[in-house]
Structures are given as C-alpha cells and as structure tokens.
Design a protein around this ligand. Structure first.
Ligand SMILES: Cc1ncc(COP(=O)(O)O)c(C=O)c1O
Length: 398
C-alpha cells in the first residue's frame, strides 16, 4: 500500500530531526542545553488548574463548535483592554494557534493561490499550507538589518494574480523581530490596495522588550474586514499543552467559513477552555515580571553572542528567539557535531539550524535559531559552551 504523494511530500519538522542525536548524547551522560525549541519554562498560572478543579461537570458533552462562550467573552475583553474592537461574534476558538493558521490559509486561498510570507518564517506554516495546495511566496529578509521588511515597491513586485494574502508573525518566530508601526501600516495599505487578506500571527504579542509594544493589525481600523488575527495561550500563558487558540476577524464571510470548519471537527476540549478562560481573565500586569525575565535572558544571550568572534546577531526586540549567523561551513552540520562530537565539562547545546525556515534555497545555511527559554544561569553556561564549541569546530570558517 502506498501513501498519497502529498502526504509523502510534507516536510518533517527540521527541528525534531536532531532529537535522536540529542537523545544519544544524553544516554552518554552529556547534559544538553536546549536552545532549539520554543517551549517556555515559565510556570503556567495556577488559575488554570484551579478553574479546572472547580468545574463540576456531570456529562462532558460536546462544546459549541465556535467555542465556549465565556472564553470567547474573556478573549473579547482581553482585546478591548488593548483597545482592539473585537466582540464575541468575531472570535472562534481553535485547537491552538496552529488550527487557526490552517483555517486562515484555507479560507483565504483556493488550490494554487499564493500567500506572501516574510522569510525566515515559522516552518510549520509549510505544514499548514501544503494540505490545501497553498503556495507560500517568500519575502526575503536579512539578519544584517534585523530582518526588517523591504520597501513597498519591492513587496509589490512579489504580488501576482494568484496572491490572496500576506501572513506574518509579529513579534517574529524565528527572528524575534518586532515590526515597526510604519511597517504594519505599509502592509495594511498594500493589503487594502491589492485586495489581500492579512493573516496576523500575534501569538507573541506581549513579549516585546526595551519598553516597546507590537502594533496589532487589529488596530488598523480601516482594513479590519481583511484581517484575521491568530492568537494562542501556548506562549502567552506558557500553556502549550492546553491546545487553545483562536481566530479573530470582523469579516462575516470569514467567520461563517471558520464555523463550518469548526463544525467539521465538532469542538475544542471543554476542560481546556475552562482553564484558558481563567488565563485570559488575568490582569494585564501578569505579563510585567514575565517580560522582565525574558528581557534579562535575552540580554545575557545576545551580549554573549555579540562577544563571540565571527558571530553576527542583532538584538531582537521580541518573542524569545534570536537568529545568529555563525562562522561555520554549515549550521546543520555544526548542530549535529555539537550533539555527537563535542562536550565541555560534560555539557553541550542543541540549536536549531535555520536553513529550513527559509523558502529560498541556499539562504540561512550558516544561521541558527536560539530560544532563550532557560533560566539565566543555564543560559550563561550554554553560551560559554557555545563559544568554546565555535572555536573548536573543524568546519569553522573566516
Ligand atoms: C509564530 C507561531 N505561530 C503559531 C504557533 C502555534 O502555536 P500553538 O498551536 O501552540 O498555539 C507557534 C508555535 O510555536 C508559533 O511560534
């Protein structure tokens, strides 16, 4: 029996590909610092489990396909606290931001239609687009200028008659870049003038540093009929396992398409929605100490990287990732070497090669993504290990 060509063609996670090497290293007794994956170590707020424990449920029935209304109301209130005008009927609950992204691609595109995406981008966008034959067209951005977007003129050259939308994560995974208000306005103008949807992946919204804030596409009130906002409790509240996200849009056609998709998978888990409501009811100052913790970690990591000979790494403004350009022949080879051949005092690091986060062949071969999701002590030690490894690596260049 053969499986379908399209399932065969799907990309396996480029990050998870290195896991067997890490497991082998651990079996040999090497301590591995995981800088490779965006799993926060911050405790999930206790209110999540408290709300779940308090729930007195006799029959665990199907929930509404568009989600448990009290959760939708809490998300609407969360948006309104930020000045975004979203009502309960503009919000549908999804299985993580991942399902919301799949739906956004499906709702905006027919087979063969195109979505523009700044590259490097979150590699799962490929997995969300591929089943629906949605073509991702890269907008190439560069580490040298902090992954800023190109000018409107350059962006417009990428638009074809098949282009249906622009998808972007802000703050960005994997770049950590936060787009300026002017960049967001430019995308909004292009979308309006070329009749495009905007798939606004804002799951890292609260994680902006240096006193700055990310501009939400939800604040671009003249184009709200074409904006789909993707949100999630995964990173925001360190609740990745809850699998609760949402798709938010003012466009009734988009919302009725989303509801049909919701009905086709019946509903999202009730228990998790009860916990997620308690998260969205937290006061906004919940984020202040968390942001400070991430900012301190970012500074430790970036200060160390910038001191390493031959490493290029601009200080990113948000999320909890940075891309570093390394003086190595090939970042994947280096990542494997770190796990198979290198150790310093019984320790090594796991990094994510970035080549697969680009769509354009040949881009990012010497770049890695580093996630600062470790405590400050471990992070400093991981940087010491990485600095030593870069000196010792046989494929070092420059
Ligand atoms: C940019 C971005 N969008 C969406 C997601 C999906 O998150 P989830 O499905 O856990 O909500 C992630 C997860 O890493 C992400 O980094």
């Amino acid at each position: 029996m053969n499986v379908s060509k399209r399932s065969e063609a799907m990309q396996a996670s480029p990050i998870r590909k290195l896991v067997p090497f890490a497991n082998e290293a651990k079996k040999r007794g090497v301590k591995i610092y995981h800088l490779n994956i965006g799993q926060p170590d911050i405790e999930t707020p206790k209110v999540f489990m408290e709300a779940v424990r308090k729930a007195d449920i006799q029959v665990l029935a199907y929930a509404d396909s568009n989600g448990w209304e009290p959760l939708r109301r809490s998300i609407s209130n969360y948006y309104k606290r930020m000045g975004l005008p979203y009502e309960v009927e503009d919000i549908i609950i999804t299985n993580g931001g991942s399902e919301a992204l799949q739906w956004a691609f499906l709702i905006s595109c027919d087979a063969g239609d195109e979505i523009l995406v700044p590259e490097p981008f979150y590699t799962n966008y490929r997995g969300f687009a591929a089943p629906y034959d949605v073509v991702l067209r890269p907008i190439t951005t560069h580490p040298e200028n902090g992954f800023a977007l190109p000018s409107r003129e350059v962006l417009e050259t990428l638009i074809t008659e098949r282009t249906r939308g622009i998808a972007l994560s802000n703050p960005g995974n994997p770049t950590g870049a936060v787009y300026s208000a002017e960049e967001i306005r430019m995308i909004a103008d292009i979308a309006r003038d070329h009749q495009l949807f905007i798939i606004a992946d804002e799951v890292y919204r609260e994680f902006c540093y240096d006193g700055k804030q990310a501009t939400s596409f939800g604040s671009m009130t003249d184009i709200l009929d074409r904006v789909m906002i993707i949100d999630s409790v995964s990173k925001r509240f360190s609740a990745c396992g809850a699998r609760i996200g949402s798709l938010t849009c003012k466009n009734r056609d988009v919302m009725s398409a989303a509801l049909k998709l919701g009905q086709a998978r019946l509903c999202v888990p009730t228990i998790e929605m009860i916990g997620a409501k308690a998260l969205y009811d937290l006061e906004p100052d919940y984020f202040t100490p968390i942001r400070e913790r991430y900012e301190a970690r970012r500074n430790i990591m970036i200060d160390a990287l910038q001191k390493m000979d031959g490493v290029l790494c601009e200080r990113p403004g948000g999320a909890f990732y940075a891309i570093a350009k390394l003086p190595v022949d090939n970042a994947e080879k280096f990542a494997i070497w770190l796990l198979t051949e290198f150790q310093l005092d019984g320790k090594s690091v796991m990094v994510a090669p970035v080549e697969n986060f680009y769509q354009t062949p040949g881009m990012g071969v010497d770049e890695v993504r580093l996630a600062y999701v470790l405590n400050t002590e471990d992070l400093a030690e991981a940087m010491r290990v990485l600095a030593t490894a870069l000196q010792a690596y046989p494929g070092r260049v420059g």
